[in-house]
Design a protein around this ligand. Sequence first.
Ligand SMILES: Cc1cc2nc3c(=O)[nH]c(=O)nc-3n(C[C@H](O)[C@H](O)[C@H](O)COP(=O)(O)O)c2cc1C
Ligand SMILES: [Fe+2]
Ligand SMILES: [Fe+2]
Length: 404
Amino acid sequence: MQVFNVKNNVYSIGVSDKGLRVFDIMMETKHGSTYNSYLIKEEGGVTIIDGVKAQFTAKWLDNIRSLVAIEDIKYLVVQHTEPDHSGAIPALLALNPNIEVYGSFMAMANLKEINNASFKSNVVRPKQELKLSERQSLFFHPVPNVHWPDTIITHDPLNAIAFTCDFLGQHIAPPQLRYSQEKNKQIIEEEIKLYYDAIMAPFKNDALKSVATLKSLDVSMVLNSHGYILDTKEAVDWAVDKYIKWSTVHKSDKLTVTVVFASAYGYTKSMKDVVVDELLKAAALVHVFEVPNDDLATIVTRIEESDALLVASPTFVGDGIKPIYDVLNSLNPVMGYGKYFSAFGSFGWSGEAIRNYMNRASELRFKIIDEGFKVRLKPSEKEFDDTRLYARNFISKVKAELNK
Ligand SMILES: Cc1cc2nc3c(=O)[nH]c(=O)nc-3n(C[C@H](O)[C@H](O)[C@H](O)COP(=O)(O)O)c2cc1C
Ligand SMILES: [Fe+2]
Ligand SMILES: [Fe+2]
């Protein structure tokens, strides 16, 4: 990626990783990615904002040297310490140990563990000013958890630029970085959504707080750290509106419960029917899904909107079954936190599924308020009554907890 002037004294000094096919173990990146990094060339105070991945250190240093001498760098702002942005920083600090490094408390603590040598660390307070010159200052705005606890946004009011690191990024490695100059907007639209889903979606509340912070600033350009930069006010508004839409969870006022079930011979299914009947009698809003048939992404969205998740499943080979674990494995402790969980179902002889789902849900920080419920093989009339009782107990406990 070529060095280019973004606006006035702000330059792009990032690198392209076109061949990247998997990011962070989990995310497919079929268009590669870029690690965007920026340099502000102000007389008496050259500033670098964010680094790049370690394997691109040489290219990054060359990019910097094409604009300034390494000795002339005065400040380094570390907005996020994930190694795709911090990996190359130890090499820079080794070349110029006088650089004053700025970042959140968490970022400075993390960088200590990445640099493994002392450096000039400055923990920033919310809205703290860093004066680069008489005419130009940077202001730091902590926006934790988009997507690490260390993240900040840096505002340059002189140029109406916000540096946002991962926030509003996309994994794509285009030949030129300006959103306004890309004709194929569809590809950016797809990639910003894939990036949001993989990286930001667990932190919807924090994403909304970051949007509010960004909206409170005078910004006509967002310089992010992956893919296209949002180089017009329209582009910024477009991306921010998407983040608002994707981060807004539509929670009903009613008690809302998602029920996910699987059943080979219909025994668990018949138990599910009476549980759903009890939920409806209690005036709950109920979303029922059967796995593996129903769409996983929709199931996860409904769980996010719910107060509780109920899982209904038989035991197979001493454990729960893959389609139910696929649902649980699509959640994380941020999503589970504050929600209630229970599991029930039919079993043949050992019935481990229920206990194992409850354990997994507990790891996902769901609140566990009963022991689950299981019936051996085909439920009898008495066992259906017990199933109803189990459901009623669960509902009344959840209602009592929510009214606390
Ligand atoms: C392939 C297979 C493996 C099973 N393994 C177990 C097991 O390890 N422990 C157990 O309690 N039941 C086991 N079962 C029995 C089922 O849990 C039982 O038949 C249950 O009633 C099925 O309920 P469903 O009709 O809702 O699927 C197994 C059943 C199948 C088909
Ligand atoms: Fe990151
Ligand atoms: Fe990143």
